[in-house]
Ligand binder design. Structure first.
Ligand SMILES: [Ca+2]
Length: 449
């Protein structure tokens, strides 16, 4: 039996330990500003040439806990359903984070419950509410205030104030992670596709768990910050060529600054706790490698078609307050798991006024599960990304990072996508990931026949 978390963590004392807690700045207006201590650490970390190549660990099959901010950007819901369906992935649980973690837990549980019913599973994947309140960040919450809409009963949403929820430091998710990791040492991958608050809480209370986690695979960080020469190259020739030069510079053993992204800058302190663990292995799916993967066309149309079935559902036969812990509006009770995700997708697309989605989180789930044995020929690769090994040193101000390349580091930074490229385009349609994604979101052929 894993020991319990100490009650002292129930107060957000860690937030006060974040040195920049009172220094606010708009997202994307920040400038890198490493502290004196960080500069010393960067200069003391050996920078060595580190080849761009396949992820060196062949790890399969994959037992995961997915830590997610599902309910806003739709790619988390895509990632969850994709992972539920993938035969190579066993989901031991889902934990939620960021702003309205309680609402996000409900959304994830609806999808897992419906999936379990469809597949006659003994029990659905358990979804656990995590911390809404980050440990430390310089910036405010980004919420659409449509989280949970339209699936959740409006009365339930009114009773659960978003403002109040944002102050909640739930420890259940960190405790759940601790129990899973203690009972299955070296077996569990944490797939972090949200804000890493729960992981920060786990590692601050139980640093020893960092040695027992198989690895963390995160959707985190932006691209490498281009230098002046690379910027001029981009103006002349095309952006991908400039980014390629920046990655080549890393692989030759030059340290480089890395942009933050939403996930890690929403909890800079948790990010720092995670990356500063001296032995924890972390694979980083950053914007350079996630951006070329776009979900559009047939999978989107399929989800829209499934969502439209809610319009055909009979009028509600009972009020949701019959079962307040499961406040899914009756209109949606007959929808498939694809229909639930499609319904959330329609709301997100309305907010964004578009009909496609970058697949940041589904790619992260996929890359957690698909690695290749050493020496696999390129045409037989299942992973769609190459990595550079090194050490990410997070900056406590605004979540920039310095990546120090080194073939003996614990961190693996996504360096390039294995796809057809020109200076201006990357065609990912034939990548193993895109093929798997498109196959996951389509009419079930058994049902059709
Ligand atoms: Ca996410």
């Amino acid at each position: 039996m894993a020991e319990q978390f100490s009650p002292s963590l129930l107060t957000p004392s860690l937030l006060r330990d974040y040195v920049h807690a009172n220094r606010k700045c708009y997202y994307r207006t920040e400038k890198p500003e490493p502290s004196q201590e960080e500069i010393i650490r960067i200069s003391n970390t050996p920078a060595l040439p580190s080849p761009i190549g396949p992820y060196p660990q062949y790890l399969t099959p994959c037992k995961v806990v997915i830590d997610t901010d599902i309910g806003t950007d739709i790619d988390d819901a895509f990632a969850l359903l994709f992972a539920l369906r993938d035969p190579n992935i066993e989901i031991l649980g889902v934990t939620t984070n960021y702003g309205v973690a309680k609402i996000r837990q409900q959304v994830a549980q609806f999808i897992c419950n419906r999936f379990a019913e469809e597949h006659h599973l003994e029990s659905p994947v358990r979804c656990v509410t995590g911390s809404s309140r980050p440990l430390g960040s310089h910036r405010d919450y980004f919420l659409t205030h449509k989280e949970g809409t339209p699936l959740l009963d409006q009365k339930y949403l009114e009773e659960n104030s978003f403002l109040e929820m944002q102050k909640e430091t739930h420890l259940e998710a960190a405790q759940f992670l601790h129990e899973q990791i203690s009972s299955r040492p070296h077996e569990i991958t944490i797939v972090s596709i949200g804000i890493p608050t729960n992981i920060g809480l786990l590692l601050s209370e139980h640093p020893e768990d960092g040695d027992l986690i198989k690895e963390i695979v995160i959707m985190g960080y932006g691209s490498v910050i281009l230098n002046n020469e690379e910027l001029s190259h981009r103006d002349l020739k095309g952006s991908h060529a400039a980014e390629t030069l920046a990655i080549e510079s890393l692989s030759k053993g030059n340290i480089r600054l890395i942009y933050p992204n939403h996930n890690i800058s929403a909890d800079t302190l948790a990010t720092k706790i995670m990356f500063d663990h001296p032995r924890l292995r972390i694979k980083i799916l950053n914007h350079t490698v996630t951006a070329p993967f776009i979900g559009h066309g047939p999978p989107i149309q399929f989800l829209q078609k499934e969502a439209a079935k809610a319009q055909l559902a009979p009028e509600p036969s009972h009020q949701p307050e019959d079962n307040p812990k499961y406040p899914l509006l009756p209109k949606y009770h007959n929808l498939s798991s694809d229909g639930l995700v499609g319904t959330l997708m329609n709301v997100w697309f309305d907010i964004r006024n578009r009909h496609f989605q970058c697949l940041y989180d589904p790619l992260t789930v996929y890359e957690a599960a698909y690695t290749d044995p050493p020496g696999t020929p390129p045409e037989e690769r299942t992973s769609s990304v190459n990595y550079i090994c090194g050490t990410m040193i997070p900056h406590e101000w605004a979540a920039f990072g310095t990546f120090v390349p080194n073939p003996n580091g614990n961190h693996f930074f996504g360096a390039e996508v294995l796809a057809k490229k020109t200076d201006f385009t990357i065609d990912t349609n034939d990548t193993p990931f895109m093929k798997a994604f498109n196959a996951s979101f389509r009419e079930n052929e058994e049902v059709l026949s």
